[in-house]
Write a new protein. Structure first.
Length: 353
């Protein structure tokens, strides 16, 4: 008789894109029981509705040692086939230090963007992060990478875990359709995420400032909040900052926009791009390595280039063409593709095999 598989998702922070990805994994692999072991972030409240789809949830205590002991006890108490699925850098460290991989308890890891991709720390620190990831690869059964680039980065010398690309998806929420602007109003450009070095709101603000020299009526809004100095930088350049919103509120605000501009300096594969695409906004993205293989139609490298990109969005037919090209580029980032990938990722462990 085949025993139901249990997947225990371990994450240091159940927030933002990581939380959305974990919920999608649970939703798109319903044949397993999904448990969530997580920590909260003070700036990102978690509503009870966000725990729907999990058989059990447990909050990690404070302190690194206490968290390792908690994870070890939690996993030891479970019976039957169990997959430990660690998410993001800290969750990956906790899970892979807490227990050893085995045929009975394989360890799966989804980086959701490796820490050594960061550009707010120096080369020496990034080298340490890379070295730690290489060592932990020897206690990893498989990787669930969110993009083709992340899959390449997950193939470590000497260590040989399986690598499966599990594409991010926009999620199950109904996303309001964006309305195309009338000629009498300026385009409304939308950015999204935590105001910090990773999302590079300075690049966003500078791109808008350059574009306003040609398009003075250009409007801009940033959905989210974060570091005060970044919020002030945006406000000084007449860019609205919404503050933290619920997922439903954020999606509604996104749908009020006309163009989504993604300026992050490093990423895995941004769920916000997928949400903007689902809302029907043309997507414009900064040229960065995390988009390798995605073939988005409109990208640019420096803030001054945003005005030239906007010239390709000047008419309704231009914007419709970009929306269509973006949908084609992101066609594999759908529930069906993720379901197939999760079967490949978890399937070998079902029934204890």
């Amino acid at each position: 008789m085949t025993t139901s598989l249990t997947v225990v998702h371990v994450t240091e922070s159940f927030a933002s894109g990581t939380a959305a990805a974990i919920r999608d994994f649970a939703r798109n692999y319903p044949s397993a029981e999904h448990h969530l072991v997580y920590a909260r972030r003070t700036e990102a409240a978690v509503s009870p509705a966000e725990f729907a789809g999990f058989t059990a949830t447990a909050e990690l205590p404070d302190g690194h040692g206490a968290r390792l002991r908690f994870i070890r006890r939690y996993l030891t108490a479970l019976t039957g086939p169990v997959v430990v699925h660690a998410h993001s850098s800290k969750g990956g460290v906790y899970a892979r230090l807490a227990v050893r991989r085995s045929s009975r308890r394989p360890l799966v890891y989804s980086p959701h963007c490796y820490a050594f991709e960061r550009r707010d720390v120096g080369p020496a620190v990034r080298a340490v992060f890379r070295g730690v990831e290489w060592l932990l690869a020897f206690n990893t059964s498989a990787y669930g990478a969110c993009s083709p680039r992340e899959a390449l980065l997950s193939r470590w010398p000497l260590a040989a875990p399986r690598v499966v690309t599990v594409p991010n998806v926009a999620g199950p929420c109904t996303i309001p359709a964006a309305a195309d602007p009338s000629p009498a109003t300026g385009l409304r450009v939308v950015g999204n995420g935590r105001l910090g070095a990773q999302k590079d709101p300075v690049f966003f603000a500078d791109a808008v400032a350059y574009a306003r020299r040609t398009y003075p009526d250009l409007q801009a809004v940033w959905i989210g909040d974060g570091d005060a100095e970044y919020a002030q930088y945006l406000a000084d350049r007449r860019i609205e900052v919404t503050g933290w919103l619920s997922r439903a509120q954020a999606l509604a605000e996104l749908a009020r926009g006309d163009v989504y501009l993604h300026t992050a300096l490093w990423e895995g594969l941004p769920i916000s791009i997928l949400e903007a695409n689902a809302a029907g906004l043309p997507v414009v993205a900064r040229t960065r390595p995390y988009l390798t293989g995605q073939r988005l139609p409109l990208t640019f490298a420096e803030p001054a280039g945003f005005a030239d990109v906007l010239a390709a969005l000047s008419t309704a037919s231009d914007r419709a063409a970009v929306r269509d090209a973006t949908r084609i580029a992101l066609a594999d980032n759908c529930d069906g593709s993720q379901q197939v990938a999760l079967k490949e990722l978890y399937g070998p462990y079902a029934g204890g095999r």
